[in-house]
Each structure stands twice: as structure tokens, then as C-alpha cells.
Design a binder for this molecule. Sequence first.
Ligand SMILES: Nc1ncnc2c1ncn2[C@@H]1O[C@H](COP(=O)(O)OP(=O)(O)O)[C@@H](O)[C@H]1O
Ligand SMILES: C[C@@](O)(CCOP(=O)(O)O)CC(=O)O
Ligand SMILES: [Mg+2]
Length: 333
Amino acid sequence: MRVLASAPAKVILFGEHSVVYGKPAIAAAIDLRTFVEAELRDDGRIRIEAHDIKVPGLTVSFSESEIYFETDYGKAAEVLSYVREAINLVLEEAGKKTGVKVSITSQIPVGAGLGSSAAVAIATIGAVAKLLGLELTREEIAKLGHKVELLVQGASSGIDPTVSAIGGFIYYEKGRFENLPFMELPIVVGYTGSSGPTKELVAMVRRRYEDMPELMVPIIEAMGKLVEKARDLITAELDEEEKLRKLGELMNINHGLLDALGVSTKKLSELVYAARTAGALGAKITGAGGGGCMYALAPGKQSEVATAITIAGGTPMVTQISREGLRVEATMP
Ligand SMILES: Nc1ncnc2c1ncn2[C@@H]1O[C@H](COP(=O)(O)OP(=O)(O)O)[C@@H](O)[C@H]1O
Ligand SMILES: C[C@@](O)(CCOP(=O)(O)O)CC(=O)O
Ligand SMILES: [Mg+2]
């Protein structure tokens, strides 16, 4: 039997990084997906085919008669650790020891703040669990996805695996989530083209937090309060225009606080200011930062903002909220 499952990327609208410190955050699943096909193997081996992962630095040297591969295969194995841990956890949960092959294709840029790590973990867990006949709820799958991120990254709030498993628009705090009323979000994502590994950025913020708690604690507290304010706005009976304008203002404040944490870059700031100048109501980093993506809220100005992001050297992506999280696409004999 073969199972094909998929799970979506996300944007964190408010509260990345502070969510790791137990503060709330707001995120939405978006319509870019990672697809994982899983099948059993009878030789007891785990085989992973990752079609979208580029490991930099493939080095070969030649002499007349020989070829030497000098690539760091340790690095290649490390890149697959989210998938490996996801498979291991499901096998453990099912109490089974069997060979499995998974094949991954993805629409999500890697290390770009759009939750590719969570999407690959959730789609793998979903596909392998179904393959083994293990009945898991979406919440249980989200918890296993969180475990995978904790094992690989050392720290994770769990918001990304939760939104990838559940889908839609959510408010998240310390492992619990609530669905927010669905709203059309006229957003444009801008990709800098470079990546920022979440593990390193979260560790960098932790060092700054421990070095200067007197400065960092109030910043994290402010981020938490800002997210509460954003939730109140999203759920309020307010005129739509007024609501978006105020949310935009909160995005700009959130971006400034993220800059103070040290996770912005020159390119991210350039894209953020280009979007604001082109008429976005607000623009900020999304995800871990250090490269990766920003997003802008731009009702009626999405194409102007997309052009401004391109001119500033980024790649714009106009995306929609995905109501669906983990999806089993097909089960084949
Ligand atoms: N298509 C994929 N196949 C295999 N592993 C992937 C895939 N997409 C992401 N990953 C894993 O997730 C890592 C990136 O995760 P992370 O640093 O958290 O950034 P983000 O989640 O923002 O994309 C990659 O280095 C890789 O280990
Ligand atoms: C920085 C953080 O808040 C979000 C990271 O998201 P991403 O892996 O950059 O997509 C970390 C977390 O919530 O675990
Ligand atoms: Mg990630």
C-alpha cells in the first residue's frame, strides 16, 4: 500500500519568537504544500527521497583514474533529521518495526520562515501513520510534530506544527490553540531569497535574552500584549477598513520589536520599507527571520506592493489562507 499526504506552510502574523517564551501568537496556514508519499519496505530499511533539498558544497575531485567525493555527508543526513524523527516517532507510537520509504516534494521554500520544517514533519507523520493503520487525531499529530521540532531544534513553541496540522487561522499559546474567525487577508509575502535556520535564530535570541534580561524581558512582554491586542481587533465587530488599518500599525510595531531581538537583516528591512512605501498598511518579518520572508498587509494594493518587493530585490508571493491542514490525498493499493 502507498499513502500520499500533504501539509501546508504558514505565516506567523504576530508573535514569532516571543511565542517560544510562552507568549501567544497568531498564525494562518497558506496554500503552499509539502507532499509526502509513504510505502512499506520489506527489507527493514528507512529510505528518504527528498526531491527539493539542495545540500550546498557537493565536491568531487578527479585524477586520471579516480573520482573522490569530498562532500560532507553528515550535513546531508542532518538536513533530513525532521523526516527521520517524524518516521521514528510514528513507528514508536504504532509499536512497529518495519522498513518505510518516503518520497517528498514541496512547494515551500526551505528555511524561509514559512514553516517548511513543520509541514514536512506533519505530512510525514500523517502519511506514515495512515500507512501503519494508526488512528491519530489532528491534535495528536500536531503534538508529535511539536516533538519532532523539539528533538531537532532543541526549542520550539509548537505553533508551526499546530497550524500545519489544523489549518485555518489560529491563536496559539503554550500548546493550546483556538480557531479565529476566518477573514480574507490581503497579504503579500516577500522572500529575500536567503535562508535563516530556525534552530540558530532561536538560540541567538536566547543568548541575547540571557545576557540582557532587563532589556529583553520587557520586549517579549510587549510582544505578548501586542498579540492580545491583535486578537481583540480580529474578533471585534469593527469596520473592516479600520480593523485592517489598526492591524497594520501593530505589524509595524511587531517588526520593530523583532528588529530589537536581532532577527532582521538589511534585505528584510528593505523589503518591509519598500512594501510600506508602496501603500501597505503594515509590513513585518514572518517566521524566524535572519533572511527568509516578510509579509505585508495591502488591501487593494497587492500588485503595487508585489512590484515594489520585486524592485527591492525580493520575490513576491500572493497567497491565500488555507482552511485545510493535513490532508490525506490518496491511498493506493
Ligand atoms: N522538502 C523538504 N524535505 C526534507 N526536509 C525538509 C523539507 N523542507 C524543510 N525541511 C527541513 O526543514 C529545515 C528548515 O526548517 P527551518 O530552519 O525551521 O525553516 P522553515 O521552517 O522556516 O522553512 C530544512 O533544513 C530541512 O531539514
Ligand atoms: C521563531 C519561531 O517563533 C517560529 C519559527 O518559524 P519558522 O521555522 O521560521 O517557519 C519559533 C517557534 O515558534 O518555535
Ligand atoms: Mg521551521
